[in-house]
Ligand binder design. Structure first.
Ligand SMILES: [Fe+2]
Ligand SMILES: [Fe+2]
Length: 290
């Protein structure tokens, strides 16, 4: 077994141990006492417990999470020939992610936040459309998933803070989901680091992937408007992405400290240009203004 393989096995074992400690069941967290029959008591907009803006944020999260069958099939294909730790991780990751879409969907129904019929239509549409993984290279996907899992973690924590005064039950649900996302991030982040340590020229791939990053929900209806609402009311926008996601990942992997060799010079130049642009946009936003 190679050094890389055994490092990855250790990371997977660590994930299992930590995720078993935060294991949770949605039956414990959902406000079942709020549930009412929609046939006898039809939905109306005034029944919600949180603001329409927070509802949009939670619905967007749910609509992203429910595309899990496609994320799993994409990752399974990408990691088919990768070390076994990845294939094992995808199974464990799937069973954890599976709870996220489900708990948010049931929460929205029980609490009567958002119109259930329209949400159902969009959800079916999103899952019917599916999702295609853009890259087939395992290392590139590790870079992408590291960013995506950390972005999700930060998003859920910011949303939990925004929901605190409106519905503490929702806030708690979001914090529990964020714990899962933290561990997902840690696995991919450390796996990618092990690959970089093995071959530092992989930094060029990191530089290439980062400017292309988009969250996996970009195909859903009104995605741009949804992001604007989330930036303004859930405090997760470009500032948070730049400051709490991108900079954290770049620093952990030591991307900007690597000596630029001729092979990575172009890629690094592209990344530098992207970071300058993003920093400028983020600088126009402060957390309070988002
Ligand atoms: Fe998730
Ligand atoms: Fe996750």
């Amino acid at each position: 077994m190679s050094h890389l393989d055994s490092t990855l096995d250790t990371l997977y074992e660590r994930h299992l141990e930590l995720s078993n400690k935060v294991d949770w069941g949605y039956h414990n967290l959902l406000p079942w006492e709020r549930g009412r029959n929609f046939n006898d008591d039809p939905w109306s907009p005034d029944q919600g417990t949180i603001s329409p803006e927070l509802t949009v944020a939670v619905e967007t999260a749910m609509l992203t999470e429910v595309n899990l069958p496609w994320f799993t099939s994409g990752l399974n294909a990408v990691f088919a020939d990768a070390p076994s730790a990845f294939r094992n991780f995808v199974h464990t990751w799937t069973r954890e992610e599976d709870q996220h879409g489900r708990i948010l969907d049931v929460y929205l129904l029980l609490s009567r936040n958002g119109e259930p019929e329209m949400r159902d239509r969009i959800r079916k549409n999103v899952i019917g459309t599916g999702w295609n993984i853009e890259d087939s290279d395992p290392f590139s996907v590790m870079v992408y998933t590291s960013l995506q899992e950390l972005a999700t973690r930060v998003f859920y924590l910011n949303l939990a803070r925004a929901a605190e005064t409106q519905d503490p039950v929702l806030s708690k649900i979001l914090r529990v989901i964020a714990k899962d996302e933290t561990l997902h991030y840690a696995f991919y982040r450390d796996a990618a680091k092990a690959y970089i340590d093995e071959d530092p020229s992989r930094i060029a791939t990191v530089c290439r992937i980062i400017p292309q990053f988009v969250m996996p929900g970009f195909g859903m209806p009104n995605f741009r408007q949804r992001l604007q609402v989330i930036a303004k009311y859930a405090n997760y926008g470009i500032y948070a992405y730049y400051q709490n996601v991108l900079k954290v990942v770049l620093e952990f992997w030591g991307v900007l400290q690597y000596d630029v060799s001729s092979g990575t010079r172009d890629a690094r130049h592209t990344l530098d240009q992207y970071l300058t642009k993003l920093q400028r946009i983020a600088g126009r936003q402060t957390p309070a203004a988002e």
